[in-house]
Structures are given as structure tokens and as C-alpha cells.
Design a protein around this ligand. Structure first.
Ligand SMILES: NC(=O)c1ccc[n+]([C@@H]2O[C@H](COP(=O)([O-])OP(=O)(O)OC[C@H]3O[C@@H](n4cnc5c(N)ncnc54)[C@H](O)[C@@H]3O)[C@@H](O)[C@H]2O)c1
Ligand SMILES: [Zn+2]
Ligand SMILES: [Zn+2]
Length: 383
């Protein structure tokens, strides 16, 4: 089959690889119909995720059709159209029982931090991802959800990650009616967090990003206030000025470890790698939010540590929450929101590429040029 294959920082190719096989009775094999490229994939692509092995296939946001089912699979059969949460979860461990599927303790047993993730390095289990013609889906009775007959794959593709992730980001901010929410990062995750903040009753939603086209999209699509951080010298001071000097009630970091905006952290975290990437947006979140406010960390950071002003957070009495999204538990609820038109996931798809052209999709998405918000890959034969 054709599959994306990592070749080292900023290099991916599409090449022939062996077809995946059923390895456990509860596996299914999917013929992939759509696979999106995520901001998290950029961290892999740029070489920030430890143990990303040459030859591995990325892709944790995909839909597909079941073409083979293991002998113990009960809920799916050949021909079913499904979407698959990016977390691989066993469904029965301590954490899965509490709906914390992102930290399943069985699907990435060598890690004390996080569960399995498709196509996301050996740090998250070494599973091959869905930017390919076919993919193996373990624990097939746990993760996948059948796609309703009246919905297309693209209608629901982003339920695999970025929509629930944006929603969880807002939820972790414990947004109360009348709150002012600032969201750093206006990529796909930030955009869904903006919509979610409105749904949760925010009075003001302020989006911060250095890319004007993304802010323009955020204004048109989500009717938020925007701040282009390239146009202000002191972003923290500016946000305080916009919020009666106190700061917003909630700050969401939807940027993660490749944030721009601090030469110090660029050198220390991104060039020398003496900390795990640049925590610039997180630090701005802590500094900008009002005393007693809430900070939600949905942007990805790696272990072991970053230079973060924990003393400011402590003295200001902040509540800080973070996490990988527990996708599964949001699926029924967010599917209803899509049906009601509260989210229009397809509107974020700005570019579609044939799977063979995945290297071009990565280059474009990483450049953030040409109005790109979200790239979707279409394997040969998928309609
Ligand atoms: N926790 C989870 O489960 C989960 C799931 C999916 C993605 N993520 C993470 O969320 C983050 C965003 O994902 P995405 O797909 O939207 O990625 P993206 O790369 O498309 O978006 C990031 C945006 O942040 C902007 N940005 C850069 N530096 C900034 C700064 N200092 N302040 C404000 N904005 C800044 C960029 O211009 C870009 O628009 C990534 O770190 C990704 O890995 C987390
Ligand atoms: Zn993703
Ligand atoms: Zn589990």
C-alpha cells in the first residue's frame, strides 16, 4: 500500500509499505477514506518528538471503511464506515473506566505519562498512523464510531481530534457566563476552542495569533475579537488594557511547543533543546490572565520540563488544567452539535491533496501561507 513515511526533520515521502495485518482478534483493518494533517503532526515533522523513527507513518485523524475484522470484534463488520479517535484506548483499565482514554495504561505500557496514539512516534506506542491507504485499528470495539448514513466522512472527520480537543480546551477553562476568554493560537484547535467558548456562554472571546489570514478567518467564521501579536509590542500589557487592566478570566494555550514570540525560548527550547520547546504562549497565558483566573493548556508540550513562571501562577491563585483530549467521551455530544450547525467542521478544510502529495501538504501547512487552515489527504480510490 501507499503510506507516508518519515525521513527525518522536515522530510516525509510517500512510498510503498507492507499492508497492515490483523495482529490481535480485536483489531480491524480500515481502508482509509480521509486523513487530516494536524498541528501535532508538525511537531513530529519538525523533529520535536523524541523517538520518531525513520520509516514511521504519521496520521491520527482519519476515517475509513472496515475491510477486515478480527475474530473477537463484535461492534463492527466489513463495510462499516467509521471515524477513529486519535487515542488508542483499551476500554477497561483504571483510566478508561473513568473516561480518561488519553491516559489509558494498557496501550502504551512503557510510558508513565500517556496512552497510545496513532502515528505519533514510539513515545506514544509506535503505532502506524492513517496517512496511508490502510491502517490497523486495535481495540476496535472501544474507539471507533460508526459514521451516520446521512453524514459524509468530511462532516465528521474532525471528531477524531481537533473538534473535541478545542471543546475540551474551553471546558478546561471552566468558562462561566460573562467571562472574557483569550485564546492563543488560531489554528484549527484554537478555532474550535473559540466556537466552544461562545457555546459555553463567554461574553468576549479574543483570539491571538501572528498570522493575519488566520485571524481574518477567526473573525469571519467565529465572530471573535482578534489581536495580531506582530502588531503589538507587549502582548500581555495589551490584553490587560483590553480587559479593564485586570486581564481575561480565562486563557487558553492552543499553540504548544513551537510558539513564536520569545527569542529566549526560541533559542533555549527550539534550537538548543534545553527545554521541551518554547512555552511562550503558556507563559503569556499565565501572565495575562486575571488573578484567580483559569489557564487551559491544550497545546502540546513534551517531557521533561519547560521554564514556566510557576511562582506567578501560584501567587495569582490560578487554576491550571491541561491534557491530551479524551476524544471518545465527547463524540455523541459533539455529533449533535454538528447536526445542529453549532460547529461546521468542513469549513476549516482549505486544502485537499491526494495522499501521494502529502509532502506538499506538510510543506504548505507548516508554512501557514496561502490561507491554509487544514489539509486533508485523500488516498487513491477514496471518493
Ligand atoms: N491536547 C491535545 O489533545 C491536542 C490535540 C490536537 C492538537 N493539539 C495541539 O494544539 C496545538 C495547536 O494545534 P493546531 O492544529 O491548531 O496547530 P497549528 O500549528 O495549525 O496552530 C498553531 C497556531 O498558533 C499560532 N502561534 C504561534 N505562536 C504563537 C504565539 N506565541 N501566540 C499565539 N499564537 C501563536 C500559529 O501562527 C498557528 O496559527 C498544537 O500544539 C497541537 O499539537 C493538542
Ligand atoms: Zn491531531
Ligand atoms: Zn485503558
Amino acid at each position: 500500500m501507499l503510506a507516508l513515511s518519515y525521513r527525518g526533520p522536515s522530510r516525509v515521502v510517500v512510498e510503498e509499505k507492507p499492508d497492515p495485518r490483523i495482529e490481535h482478534p480485536n483489531d480491524v483493518i480500515l481502508q482509509v477514506t480521509r486523513a487530516a494533517v494536524c498541528g501535532s503532526d508538525l511537531h513530529l515533522y519538525h523533529g520535536f518528538v523524541p523517538d520518531t523513527r525513520v520509516g514511521s507513518t504519521f496520521g491520527h485523524e482519519f476515517t475509513g471503511v472496515v475491510v477486515e475484522a478480527g475474530s473477537s470484534v463484535e461492534t463492527l463488520k466489513v463495510g462499516d464506515r467509521v471515524l477513529v479517535p486519535f487515542n488508542i484506548a483499551c476500554g477497561t483499565c483504571f483510566f478508561c473506566e473513568r473516561e480518561r482514554t488519553s491516559v489509558c495504561e494498557n496501550t502504551n505500557p512503557k510510558s508513565s505519562l500517556v496512552g497510545g496514539v496513532y502515528g505519533y512516534s514510539h513515545t506514544t506506542g509506535g503505532y502506524d498512523g492513517g496517512q496511508a491507504e490502510r491502517v490497523r485499528v486495535p481495540f476496535a470495539d472501544v474507539g471507533p464510531m460508526k459514521i451516520p448514513d446521512d453524514m459524509s466522512d468530511e462532516d465528521v472527520l474532525f471528531l477524531t481530534d481537533i473538534l473535541p480537543t478545542g471543546y475540551q480546551a474551553a471546558e478546561m477553562g471552566d468558562i462561566a457566563p460573562q467571562d472574557t476568554v483569550v485564546i492563543f493560537g488560531s489554528g484549527p484547535v484554537g478555532l474550535f476552542a473559540q466556537r466552544s467558548a461562545w457555546l459555553m456562554g463567554a461574553r468576549r472571546v479574543i483570539a491571538v495569533d501572528p498570522v493575519e489570514e488566520r485571524l481574518d478567518f477567526a473573525r469571519r467564521h467565529n465572530h471573535v475579537e482578534t489581536v495580531n501579536l506582530r502588531e503589538v509590542k507587549d502582548i500581555v500589557g495589551h490584553l490587560k488594557k483590553l480587559t479593564e487592566g485586570r486581564g481575561p478570566d480565562v486563557a487558553i494555550d492552543a499553540v504548544g511547543l513551537e510558539a513564536c514570540g520569545s527569542i529566549f525560548h526560541d533559542v533555549l527550547g527550539k534550537k538548543l533543546m534545553l527545554e521541551a520547546g518554547a512555552p511562550t504562549a503558556l507563559n503569556w497565558s499565565i501572565d495575562a490572565v486575571r488573578r484567580g483566573g483559569r489557564v487551559s493548556i491544550i497545546g502540546v508540550y513534551g517531557p521533561p520540563w519547560n521554564l514556566v513562571p510557576i511562582g506567578s501562577a501560584m501567587n495569582k491563585g490560578l487554576t491550571i488544567k491541561g491534557g491530551q483530549c479524551d476524544v471518545k467521551r465527547y463524540l455523541p455530544h459533539l455529533l449533535e452539535h454538528i447536526r445542529k450547525g453549532n460547529f461546521e467542521p468542513k469549513a476549516l478544510i482549505t486544502h485537499r491533496f491526494a495522499l501521494e502529495d502529502a509532502p506538499e501538504a506538510y510543506r504548505l501547512f507548516a508554512s501557514r501561507k496561502g490561507g491554509v487552515i487544514k489539509c486533508v489527504l485523500i488516498p487513491p480510490g477514496a471518493t
